[in-house]
Structure formats: C-alpha cells, structure tokens
Design a protein around this ligand. Structure first.
Ligand code: NAD
Ligand code: DAU
Length: 342
C-alpha cells in the first residue's frame, strides 16, 4: 500500500513514518509537508535513503498538487494541522486556513483523483472537539456519541474539519474514517507542548510554567500507540466511522509536573505558577472501547512511569535536536507566551 501522509515532518507524522515503515508490511509513504514552524525534516533524518519513503514540500491547500499525489497513492492519512491551543488563542486565522480550508481542499482533491471512492482517507483529529469534562464526575468519558462542543479556536477548527469529512462521506460517499485522540507524548514533540517544554526547560536549568491551579487533567498516550491505532483504522476501519483513541492514563498537570520533577531530580522550587490559559479545558478522558472491540487495538506502550521516563531520557539524549528547535523564532513565541516568568 502506498500512503499519502500529510504533515509527516511534525511530531506524530514523523513517528508515524518510522512506525509504519518498521511494521514490516508492504508499505511505502509519500510525505507531503509545508514545513511550518513545527515541521522539521531532521525528525526523519535517521531514515537515510530508504526507497519506501519520499518527501514532497507543499501545502495541503494546493488542490492540483494534492490531486496529483492522491492519484499516485492508494490511501491518505491526513495529519497536517496547526496543532497548538495557545497559538490559536494568539491568532486563530492560520488554524482556519490549514485545519478547515486545507482539509476541504484535500477532500476536493480526493474526489477529483478518486471518483469511485476506493481510496481510504483517515482524518486524524483530537478529543478536544468534545469540549471539557468536569473534575467531579470521573465516571464521565468522551465516547464517539459525545456531542461536539469545542472550546478553543484550535478545537473549533478541528471540529469543523471533522464535520467536513463527515459531510463528504454522507454527500459523496468518500471512503473516510475519523480518529479522535487524546494527548500524545514521545520523541520529537515540538517543545511548545507541556512535556517537552517542561523537560527541556529543566535540562536548561529553567523553571516550568504551570498554568492556573494545575488541576486540569489530560489522558496521556504514547505516540507509537497512536500510530498503531491509525494503522488499524487505515486497514480495518469501517467507512464513515469515528474511532476514539486514548491511553487510559488520566493525570492532572500538577501530578504530571511532580512526576517529571522527581524523575529528573528536582523539587517544587522549579515550578513557576503562571496565569491560566484562557478558556482552559478542565478534563479530557477517552472511552476507547469501540476501537478495542471492533479493531482489537489497546494501548500497550503508554504505562507510566516507564513510558514517561523513556521519553524524558530521549530529550536528555538528543539535546542537539531540541536546542536547535528552541533557538530562533521559538524564542519570540516563548517571550510572548510566558514573558520572563519561567
Ligand atoms: P505538529 O504541529 O507537530 O505537526 C504538524 C505538521 O503539519 C508539521 O509538520 C507542519 O509543517 C505540517 N503542516 C502545517 N500546516 C500545513 C499545511 N498547510 N500544509 C502541509 N503541511 C502543513 O502536530 P502534531 O502534534 O504532530 O499533530 C498532528 C495531528 O494530530 C494534528 O492534526 C493534530 O490535530 C492531531 N492530534 C495531535 C495530538 C497531540 O497530542 N499532539 C493529539 C490528537 C490529535
Ligand atoms: O488532547 C489532544 C490535544 O493535546 C491535541 O489535539 C493538541 O494538538 C495537543 O497540543 C494537546 O493539547 P493540550 O492543550 O492538552 O496540550 P498542551 O501540551 O499544550 O497542554 C497540556 C496541559 O498542560 C494543558 O492542561 C495545559 C497545561 N500547560 C501547557 C503548557 C504549554 C501548562 O500548564 N503550562 C504550559 O506551559
């Protein structure tokens, strides 16, 4: 199978390339990526000249290019996105451009290149489309039937893209599935996201900026578990179906912070409380029962503290990767987001 992957130079995309090519099947990947601030070809430098992999620099809003590439491939895995909530609060427009207009352009290109609707299209989305769960109802989880209720501009743009995919399935019979996944962690994550941000700050001797009261909860999933779930949906998902993906691994931010500090040998003095994220979602938690029952997938690599310890070790072992990423434009973003607090 030849897959067109969008956004393959980002965090999940680059791990997906490595995971899928390592899975051993008869598989090749064309990676289409615009190389925005979070897209980094170094994430795939270790592939060398593997002839099952090809990189194309381009934008998912380029209809002709997308139709041409889809025409060459058997399936599409769509991950390209603006992905960071805090950036969407600073400026939502790039999120609408890529996540909404870009997804619609890909769907249009798919219909042009595949009028018979034979090619599988996997739309990689987020649990944030479901909104926020209360802390005092641990029994509540997001299921595929939870109403869409996005709370941040990022989540709203992803929810819009999910609706566009569903509309294409309903109206044109497009062969698409949607995945809604919880928070990922692992190697090559851009250090604007909480785990690589906190770990690399501590290695640099800087404090970690904890938002609000630190009680917000996220459901942490190792990126390789996510990649495995996407492959399962690609190969065995039912046309038009949505699959939730999660780690059964709920942690409050303060608990996460304490675990990182303990593993790295620091104390609470390294926590810098900062103003809360506006509209900060309180809790995400996934019921991944459908993908387990129907496709036989369960998370097997996400258990803490081992998986967290290994992820921290990767950032300790690869300072050249994140030091380059944290220079240049990253500094201006950091100053705007946190000032000189952390
Ligand atoms: P990322 O920001 O690390 O990577 C995004 C990639 O998309 C980058 O390589 C970037 O260059 C590329 N890109 C952006 N705009 C583009 C455009 N217009 N055309 C072509 N390429 C473009 O993001 P990530 O964390 O790897 O997330 C990947 C996908 O998974 C996103 O769709 C995100 O919504 C979803 N997701 C992420 C998580 C998570 O925890 N990170 C969880 C669930 C779902
Ligand atoms: O749930 C899936 C989503 O997970 C994905 O769709 C997004 O692309 C991904 O970025 C992630 O969103 P979050 O907003 O949950 O991730 P982030 O790493 O930004 O924040 C995780 C938690 O940590 C959140 O409650 C906010 C908190 N936080 C974050 C940062 C960056 C802090 O306390 N301090 C920080 O500096």
């Amino acid at each position: 199978m030849k897959i067109l992957l969008t956004g393959g130079c980002g965090f999940i995309g680059s791990n997906f390339v490595r995971f899928a090519l390592g899975a051993g099947g008869d598989l090749s990947i064309v990676n289409l990526d615009a190389l925005t601030y979070s897209g980094n070809p170094e994430n795939l430098a270790d592939l060398g000249d593997d002839n099952r992999y090809r990189f194309v620099k381009g934008d998912i809003r380029d209809l002709d290019l997308m139709a041409e590439l889809i025409g060459e491939c058997d399936a599409v895995v769509h991950m390209a996105a603006e992905s960071h909530v805090d950036r969407s609060i600073i400026d939502a427009r790039p999120f609408i451009q890529t996540n909404v207009l870009g997804t619609q352009t890909l769907l249009d290109a798919l219909r042009r290149a595949d009028p018979g609707n034979d090619k599988r299209f996997v739309h990689v989305s987020t649990d944030e489309v479901y909104g926020s769960l209360p802390l005092d109802r641990p029994d509540l989880l997001f299921t595929e039937d939870t109403p869409t209720d996005p709370k941040s501009p990022y989540a709203a743009s992803k929810a819009a893209s999910d609706f566009l995919v569903r509309a294409a399935v309903h109206t044109f019979g497009v062969n698409a599935c949607i995945t809604n996944c919880s928070n990922n962690f692992g190697p090559y994550q851009f250090p604007e996201k909480v785990i690589p941000l906190f770990v690399t700050n501590l290695i640099e001797g800087k404090k970690v900026p904890l938002y609000g009261d630190g009680l917000n909860v996220r459901d942490w999933l190792h990126v390789d578990d996510h990649c495995e779930a996407i492959l399962a949906v690609l190969e065995r998902g039912e046309r038009g179906r949505t699959y939730n993906i999660g780690g059964n691994n709920e942690r409050s931010n303060i608990d996460l912070t304490h675990q990182i500090l303990a593993i790295m040998g620091f104390g609470d003095e390294m926590i810098q409380p900062v103003k809360d994220r506006p509209g900060h979602d309180r809790r995400y938690a996934i019921d991944a029962g459908r993908i387990e029952r129907e496709l036989g997938w369960t998370p097997s690599r996400s258990a803490w503290p081992l998986a967290l310890r290994e992820t921290i070790a990767w950032y300790k072992d690869n300072p050249q990767w994140w030091r380059r990423v944290k220079s240049g434009a990253y500094r201006a973003y950091y100053e705007q987001q946190y000032g000189s607090k952390a």
